[in-house]
Design a protein around this ligand. Structure first.
Ligand code: DGY
Length: 433
């Protein structure tokens, strides 16, 4: 009964944010089409409106660059007060830019995984045939234009590409970036959400400085790898990419396409992933700063993303889960923190309860972790986190993120992926009681 009404409310949020062409991640703060939001929105929509879910994906693909990149945002000429606006990016100076307005950077490649999940549940061979070449093109771009060391691991050039913008894992890279001059800009985000819940001004200046560097380089991939002051191999991004490569391979097989190229990516990535990121001494995965050639010793929940991709061995998974996720000093609930899963370990001095990716619980992170735990047969823990997550949404509404101390909502209201994943998490419990 309660689950039915939660689903009805979730559907209402997705309808509220539906522009007819795409679904806004949030009604005020995020009025355009974001890449990984869109994938999850399609997953949510597929439970009750498959044609609309497919439309969501085609709208996102309309922003694909000629070189294969699927950008982090497609603007779709909807007027808004969102900053950075399309003009700020100056993508028209790149020969690869598409005919529509977009950003000049990408986001975690979740799309192949979502298409494969949809296809497994409701076979849609014609649609898979239609979108497969575009998704393959994106993955090829990630494994070439973003491969800086021949490892098949992809690099990110901006924290926005990680999807976890102000995560403390990027702070140390930011220390080395000294913007000599900043373009004029006016933030839009703090008009809609309390400043204490958004990235702090110092980080934001660096976000903007990086865009300025990229537009001066005309978004030329080789130049970006050479000169971007921010260049990292991200555990979260590469876990999602590895899983998406596996799912792309499954899609290829289902429509009779060759898989050799995808196999070479998977075969190179698997050993390189563990060699690069795994820290045997403490049992965590750390991101890697390509500019200094050093691991970034910051403990955040992205360390659990490899479980989603099946990358850890059984022993590694056990160390992650039993040594860290279940430790109340780091991630597990305790007297002051009542909810799963804080995005940064409480042991980090930069932990903050309500600031964006510095501490709050996010439905998307919980979903990745739940899926990862199921892959390693931690079914009871997966279900505990699933119930807690659905409870957060039930109690505090479809918020962008939640204060893990008391479950109160933060950031955008009526947030689309929280609605989409509430549907997903409620429905998946039916087949997995
Ligand atoms: C924002 O505007 O905060 C986004 O995260 C950037 O894509």
């Amino acid at each position: 009964m309660a689950a039915t009404s939660l689903i009805d409310r979730a559907i209402a949020v997705l309808r509220l944010n539906d522009t007819g062409i795409f679904t806004k991640p949030g009604p005020h703060q995020y009025p355009h089409q974001w890449n990984w939001d869109s994938a999850l929105i399609a997953l949510g929509l597929s439970h009750f409106d498959l044609p609309r879910a497919q439309q969501e994906i085609l709208s996102l693909l309309s922003g694909q660059w000629r070189d294969g990149m699927i950008p982090s945002v497609v603007y779709h000429s909807i007027p808004s007060d969102y900053f950075p606006n399309p003009e700020f990016w100056q993508i028209e100076n790149s020969p690869s830019a598409p005919g529509v307005s977009t950003t000049g950077i990408t986001q975690p490649p979740l799309l192949a995984t979502v298409v494969q999940m949809m296809h497994t549940r409701h076979p849609m061979t014609d649609f898979v045939r239609e979108v497969y070449p575009a998704i393959l093109h994106w993955h090829r771009w990630l494994h070439t234009d973003r491969d800086a060391d021949g490892s098949a691991l992809a690099c990110i050039i901006h924290p926005w590409e990680s999807g976890t913008d102000d995560s403390p894992r990027w702070l140390h890279l930011f220390e080395a970036i000294r913007p000599e001059a900043l373009p004029e800009f006016q933030r839009g985000d703090t008009r809609h959400v309390a400043a204490i819940e958004r990235p702090n001004p110092r980080d934001y200046e660096r976000f903007i400085y990086l865009i300025d560097v990229f537009r001066r380089l005309n978004y030329t991939p080789g130049e970006l790898l050479k000169y971007s002051p921010f260049l990292a191999q991200d555990v979260l991004f590469n876990s999602i990419l590895f899983r998406a490569d596996e799912d792309l391979r499954a899609l290829a097989k289902s429509i009779g396409e060759p898989t050799e190229e995808i196999d070479t990516w998977l075969n190179r990535m698997q050993p390189n992933f563990n060699a690069r990121f795994w820290q045997e001494d403490i049992g965590l995965y750390y991101d890697y700063d390509m500019r200094t050639g050093k691991s970034i010793p910051i403990n955040t929940a992205s360390t659990f993303l490899p479980l989603f991709a099946g990358l850890p061995s059984k022993e590694q998974a056990q160390r992650l889960v039993e040594g860290h996720l279940l430790n109340p000093g780091e991630y597990a609930p305790n007297d002051s923190l009542r909810h799963w899963v804080t995005t940064t370990s409480q042991t980090e001095p930069t932990w903050e309860a309500r600031r964006y990716w510095r501490g709050p619980a996010w439905v998307i992170m919980n979903w990745f972790i739940i899926e990862g735990l199921k892959r390693y047969s931690y079914d009871d823990l997966a279900d505990t986190i699933r119930r807690d997550t659905v409870g957060l949404v039930e109690t505090s509404g479809f918020r962008e993120y939640y204060d893990a101390r008391d479950g109160s909502g933060c950031g955008s209201t009526d947030f689309s992926w929280s609605a989409a994943l509430a549907i997903e998490l409620s429905q998946s419990s039916k087949s997995n009681p």
